[in-house]
Structure formats: C-alpha cells, structure tokens
Write a protein that binds this ligand. Sequence first.
Ligand code: SER
Ligand code: ZN
Length: 499
Amino acid sequence: MNMEFQLKAELKCSGSLSETVSSSEIADFVKLCNTEVLKKGAPPGCGAEIERWNVAGEKIGLKIVSDRFVRAHDALLRVKNEFGKFLGKHSIGIRGMEIEDYAIAMEWEEGLRLKKLPFVKEIKQEEGWLKLSLDVDEFSLEKRIPDRIIRLLEDKREAEKWKGKKEHWELLFESNKKPFYFDKDPTEEMIKRGWIRHAAGRGQWIHGPQSTRIFRTLERILLDNLLEPFGYEEMIFPKFVPWSVWKKSGHAKGIYPEAYYVCTPKTRDPEYWEEVVDYYKVTNEVPLDMIMGRIENVGGMCYAQCPPFWIFMQGKTIPDEILPIKVFDRSGTSYRYESGGLHGIERLDEFHRVEIVWIGNKEQVIEHAKQLQAKYRRVFDEFLDIEWREAWVTPWFMVQEGKAGLAELKEVGTIDYEAVLPYSGKWLEFQNVSVNGDKYPKEFSVKLQSGEELWSGCSGVGLERWATVLLAQKGLDPDKWNAKFRSVVGELPEVFRFL
Ligand code: SER
Ligand code: ZN
C-alpha cells in the first residue's frame, strides 16, 4: 500500500545556533541524516529525507518527507536524537520540539468514507487517496500515535472486507433427532405458570422457586458429570471489571455499545451529595443530571466472565507440574446491553453462566477441550435429551473485540452449541467451548517455569440458555422430561399463590 508522509517541525535549542554552529556544519549533518540515519532499516532507495531546513536563532525548522519504511515521525525522533549528539559538541542542548504540520496520504478505497479520527484535524478523500492532517505534539509522537492511527485505518479496511459477509460458521456435528413435546415460547409459558416474572430492570428476570430449581439442577448435572470427574475446583471471579482488565483482554476495543457501565462517586463527602439528596426529597425525582456530574466511570459489569480471573495469575511464574489447572466460577451474573431483540429469558441483559477455565501447555489445553466436548455430548444426550448441533465460529474473544474471521492458528477458536427452538424454528446458541491459545497468559504475563508456551481455554454454560432449550423442546411438564433429569430435579417447589 502506497503511503506518503510530510512533517514540518521545529526543534528548540538551549542556545543560538546561528551564533555557534556554521551553516556548512549543519548542511553536513543533514547530509549524514539523509544518507544514513534516515535510511537505516529501509530497503534500498526507500526511507525518509530532510527536504528543507532553516536556522533562526535558537530554532531549527525541518521539513521531513518519507515513504512507509521510515515514517516521517520516526525520522524526526531519529533526527532529534542525532542532532542532540551533534549539538552536544557545541555545548547546546535540545529543549523540545513543535510539530507545525503533519500530513499523511495513503491509497484508499473510494467507497470507504471516514468522518472523524482521533488526533486528525482534517480528512480529505479524493481520487483513490486518503489525506490526513494530524494534530499531534512531541508527546503523541513518542507514544507512536501516528502508527496507531495507521493501524486503526488498516483495521477499518479489514472490517470493511467482512461487512456484508456472513459471520464464520462451519457445521461440525449434528446430534440425533429427538422428539419435541412442545411448540410454544417457553418464557411465555413460565410467566403464565408463575415460575418467573420480569424484574424492574431492562432484560432482567426474577426466577421463582421452580425456575431456580431447574437452574440448580442444570448446575448439579454439570458438576456431577463434568466438573467433578475432571477435577475442577470452584473459584469466585470478580463481577465488576475495571478498564485495566478490558484493556488486556481486548474488550476495550469493542465493548462500548454493549457494556453495563459502572460508576463510582467522585467523593464520599456527604456535603458534595447534599444537593442531590435535597432535590430528591423535594421532588421525588432522582436528579440524574446532577448525579452524572458527581460520578466517574471506572469500568463495567461482568461480561465475558473469565477475563478478571486472570489478575489472580498476573505477573506470576508457575511450575509445570501443577498443570493442567481447571477452575470454574458461578458466583454471579453477567451483563450485556442487548439490542432491541430482547426476548424473554433467551435474549436478556442480566444472565447466569457457569464459566469454566482450563490452563496448560498447548497439547493439554487442546486435549482437554476435546474431553469436554465428548462429555457435553453425553450430558445433552442423556440428561437433557435434546437435539443440537455444533459449529466452528469466529472465536468469542475476537467477536468481542469487534473482529470477524478466524484466529491465525487453526487450533485456536470457538465451538458454538446451538439448539432448535420448535416454537420459532430458530437456532439458539446455548453454550460454547473455546481454545484461546496463549492470548490470556501473554496479555497478563503468566509464565511457565520451563519457558514453554502457556495456553488456556474456556467454556461458558448459559443457564438461561440451557433451560430455554430444554423447555422449548420438551415443555414444562416434568413427565415429559428425561428420567435421568427428573431424578435430579425432584418435585418442583410450589410456594406462591396470587389472588
Ligand atoms: N468467556 C467466554 C465468552 O464470553 C465463555 O463464556 O463467550
Ligand atoms: Zn471465557
């Protein structure tokens, strides 16, 4: 891809250049830069060049042009460094620099229009070129902001390629056909029977004793048949997730439209809040605007469940002999701000999931994913007696970063489990199994004593989803449920009656 960079900057020195350094010395310095310093690392004939320079008192003005090999901002940092050494001989230092203008042009598809970009004051798109005028200072150059803008543009271009195409979906397995005993929406039926009621919040439900008994039965089956035989131990993962975790997990790249945001008070000082309290007491209205000014966002509610666990291992080295590690969490709810398509307990904002995490070397992690798959099949067949299918899909951690496609390594990825809901004929994803490669150990700096690569996998069991699939295919009458399931669930409790 063709790219051109043009950067105008001024270096400010601690003493007057015009008085101390001769023009020919500077000209020689510039020549050295143009032949060596700014060509280093670039293919022959490529790199950056100081196209113009001028000295005025303590300042030296530079115009640097480049291709994509030694980008002009990199070139400027190199020049600054070299110039510092050069001036040192004259007992002058560099005080700082100012970026007057930074223009980047690159070949660009006509169809992909851009409106706004961070650190860019002007965007022009013409004749197959994208022209950006950047608003950057020395600090942003050091933070490599221009490189990140270019990376962002590459991401956008990549995303455009996937747009309109279907998400990756490749059938891996289909279960046997099973008899269906129900053709209604299970949520509607549960409401009718008083098993659940919509809660006060968006996409949030209160589960009565019967529905709760079903959830606990599903957990019991999972524990007895999968987690305990495989030697899993229970942990408690945090349910509030600060940004520092989501920066590492990649969620900070894409979670924004779906997060449940968490805010804390800017101060606990009661006086700071007095006006809010008084306003509420006088009006009986909660003054949201006044509150918004007094709180700050610190992260969000549990979304993918496993990411905040990794702080437990962050920065540690572990002995090889404790592998594979197998832990799970069922200590709380997860949240997603779902789109308009909220539907009963199938698609909701607050949901319950058992999150299963295993950690080992590459072979162990891949092998255990296979063991889990085999056991899941037996559970779905023997206890739930459902019809389902399995598909190889875009890995969950890529989806949640806003990416499409597949992981670079073919062993890394997600299997989605889907079951048909007879009442709508639609397939519902009710759990997944993923090999996450070295992503998490790498991002959270967890090392193995032997130096071998550490891998991990995770599997999310959505209790609402399991229950929906079971009830949608078999109905709400226990005598239609499989005997093995019935023996665990026992008698459904009846507590409430309403007049
Ligand atoms: N963390 C995985 C996900 O969010 C499994 O639950 O899909
Ligand atoms: Zn996970």
